[in-house]
Design a protein around this ligand. Structure first.
Ligand SMILES: Nc1ncnc2c1ncn2[C@@H]1O[C@H](COP(=O)(O)OP(=O)(O)OP(=O)(O)O)[C@@H](O)[C@H]1O
Ligand SMILES: O=P(O)(O)OC[C@H]1O[C@H](OP(=O)(O)OP(=O)(O)O)[C@H](O)[C@@H]1O
Ligand SMILES: [Mg+2]
Length: 291
């Protein structure tokens, strides 16, 4: 039985974020020159670069065993694949992105119904047609090869269905969002036959577990400090923690070492409070994986 896992890495928007995530998870993917088959430091995996738009088609057909792509393109093709893991990251952030309907800021279009009879430009044609058909709104959906926001400005479309992450492209073209049609994030998907192959399944599960562990670790930091005995109760009460904080005694002293794992976003407010309440020698460190 075939044991080598053929793994699709998304070429394009998700490529750098995905390769960085694999690096933090323990796999080095090396894209050199013009080859679409990058090296990976794991003899049981063969990597292939594949456009996010067609990843789920290739996974469904078995050309590749597993791959990463956006939920949007899986939905577009209605692909029959096994979804192994939801991985919440996009091109520039660790958040989902959104597909929205947008119109010109000065357009009279305000609701979905106002779009009846109008022209909508999008890369996500089948999804958009289904979306409006389900709502009995008759629209003219035109395929866009990209730079879709420009099509409203140049008068080629009345509205667009387009992905946005930071909204900078929407703002740059003076557009207004009237509706969100889908939230999308990266997913690890597997071919259904490959998923039944024990060796391949074990490898896919290993990848899912470690990618998720690295994503969780991105949102957390470790914090460690020394605290005198008479301040320990107050300091511990200030610390949010995955579980309870770890407390150890310092050698031949009445001081304690206190260690905790906390949300990255809390650190900047917490450190001044800890110092004020008597903690000393505070160190903060980043984490590679949290399981
Ligand atoms: N900020 C983002 N912009 C565009 N796509 C994003 C973003 N974040 C995540 N994605 C995901 O990336 C995938 C599309 O990536 P892909 O590179 O194939 O298309 P693209 O960005 O339009 O490429 P290009 O424009 O370079 O041809 C989708 O699944 C989409 O959800
Ligand atoms: O909300 P933002 O952070 O601005 O990101 C969203 C933009 O990024 C993508 O463009 P891409 O670079 O893929 O260009 P394209 O339109 O030519 O495909 C997407 O199609 C949006 O235009
Ligand atoms: Mg694009």
């Amino acid at each position: 039985m075939e044991k080598i896992l053929k793994l699709g890495i998304p070429k394009g928007s998700l490529q750098n974020a995905t390769i960085n995530l694999f690096k933090r998870s323990g796999w080095k993917i090396n894209i050199e020159g013009r080859s679409y088959f990058p090296d990976i430091n794991d003899d049981t995996i063969e990597c292939a670069l594949c456009r996010a738009q067609e990843m789920s088609i290739n996974v469904e057909s078995g050309v590749i065993d597993a791959g990463l792509t956006g939920l949007d393109w899986i939905a577009e093709h209605e692909s029959d694949v096994h979804v192994v893991a939801d991985l919440i990251y996009s091109k520039v952030s660790a958040r989902p992105a959104r597909w929205v309907i947008a119109v010109a800021n000065d357009s009279s279009i305000k609701t979905l119904e106002d779009l009846a009879g109008k022209t909508i430009s999008t890369e996500l044609v089948k999804f958009t047609k289904r979306f409006f058909r389900d709502r009995n709104i008759d629209v003219n959906v035109k395929f866009s090869w990209g730079a879709t926001e420009a099509k409203i400005v140049s008068g080629l479309a009345d509205a667009i269905v387009e992905i946005t992450e930071t909204e900078s492209t929407i703002r740059a073209h003076n557009l207004r969002v009237i509706h969100e049609v889908m939230e999308t994030n990266t997913q690890l998907i597997a071919n259904k036959t490959a998923w039944e192959n024990p060796a391949k399944r074990e490898k896919i599960e290993q990848i899912a577990m470690l990618l998720q562990a690295a994503l969780v670790a991105d949102k957390l930091v470790g914090i460690k400090m020394n605290v005198p005995e008479n301040k320990i109760a107050r300091i511990v009460s200030l610390l949010p923690s995955l579980n309870a904080p770890t407390i150890a005694t310092l050698y031949q002293s009445d001081w304690f070492s206190v260690e905790s794992i906390i949300d990255t976003g809390l650190v900047r407010d917490l450190i001044p409070k800890l110092l004020k309440e008597g903690a000393e020698g505070i160190i903060e460190y980043s984490l590679n994986k949290v399981l």
